[in-house]
Design a protein around this ligand. Structure first.
Ligand SMILES: [Mg+2]
Length: 302
């Protein structure tokens, strides 16, 4: 584990990086020093939700040490979902991506913010007529779920759905804004403003579209279904029947993955293979329940 000097030294010293908080600290020997009941909470987990980039893979490459991880997790009697806010792709896309890296997951192991959108819309208005700002993949998943999609202002809609629409045109943005202005409620798949791409750059994401729609209409979305909001937890509970204390979120980002866990009453596990460092944890108001150097370390505590 190649930690920066500061966090490495803090971890070696067993330093409490978050005074007053019950956070499990990692040591360089990868042994948890549990100052709290978090280890017991970890052993009670039946279903793990995994962020992907920074947790399982970095770009197109599997993080070293993750080979065979999901087979071992399954053999230990645990279920899992790979979760993503990115509503521009379907389940098959993530299965292909993981399979290319040697991770044998199935479509039912992937949970997209779109799934939480379907869960929400089925709860309020099954079979609703939707005007969708979204890719063909998003539209296809909504159609499969029994919703009827409209395409013109004249047709109208019961709900406007805003997703990560990489096919967005001025015409579709205009129709969405005019429908919303007329009183049609709107919902969004996720709040991310930027989607990172290779080379440290980004492309504008759904949160940026929402800012535009808010400015044009003066109206807020009725709900946003992706992380850090709780609809994906509800969706997992509906599918698995597990209670919140049997579900954990594992990820590398404090403000999305860990906030998703802490805000929604499930165990949060930060791994240090991606964005956040121990120094970041010390400086952030978002505190994980458990910190591990690597997602593979979970297997030591089940
Ligand atoms: Mg990540």
């Amino acid at each position: 584990m190649n930690l920066p000097d500061g966090p490495r030294a803090a971890a070696r010293a067993g330093q409490d990086i978050s005074p007053g908080r019950k956070v499990c600290i990692v040591t360089e020997t990868r042994r948890l020093v549990p100052p709290c009941g978090a280890l017991g909470r970890l052993q009670a987990i039946r279903c793990f939700l995994f962020d992907m980039d920074g947790t399982i893979n970095l770009g197109q490459k599997l993080i070293p040490g993750m080979e065979g991880f999901f087979d071992k997790l399954t053999a230990a009697g645990r279920r899992f979902y790979l979760v993503t806010n990115n509503s521009s792709q379907d389940h098959a896309h993530y299965v292909r991506k993981m399979n290319r890296m040697g991770v044998p997951v199935r479509e039912q192991d992937v949970l997209i913010s779109t799934d939480a959108m379907v869960h929400y819309l089925n709860g309020i208005r099954p079979g609703a007529r939707l005007f969708v700002l979204g890719t063909p993949a998003l539209k296809g998943l909504l159609r499969q779920a029994g919703f009827r999609l409209t395409t013109t202002l004249e047709e109208g809609a019961d709900v406007v759905v805003v997703g990560f629409d990489q096919t967005l045109t001025y015409e579709t943005l205009t129709i969405a804004c005019r429908l919303i202005d007329r009183g049609v409620p709107y919902v969004a798949t996720h709040p991310d403003v930027r989607c990172p791409i290779e080379g440290g750059e980004f492309i504008p994401d759904t949160g940026a579209f929402l800012a535009c729609i808010r400015t044009a209409t003066g109206k807020e979305p009725q709900v946003i279904t992706g992380k850090p909001y709780g609809y994906m937890v509800e969706t997992v509970q509906e599918r698995t029947g597990f209670a919140k204390n049997e579900i954990a979120m594992v990820g590398d980002r404090l403000t999305t993955d860990i906030a998703f866990g802490t805000d929604n009453g499930i165990l949060s596990v930060l791994v240090l293979t991606g964005e956040a460092t121990l120094a970041d944890v010390g400086q952030s108001c978002v505190k994980p329940d458990i910190i591990l150097p690597h997602a593979n370390d979970l297997l030591n505590y089940l």
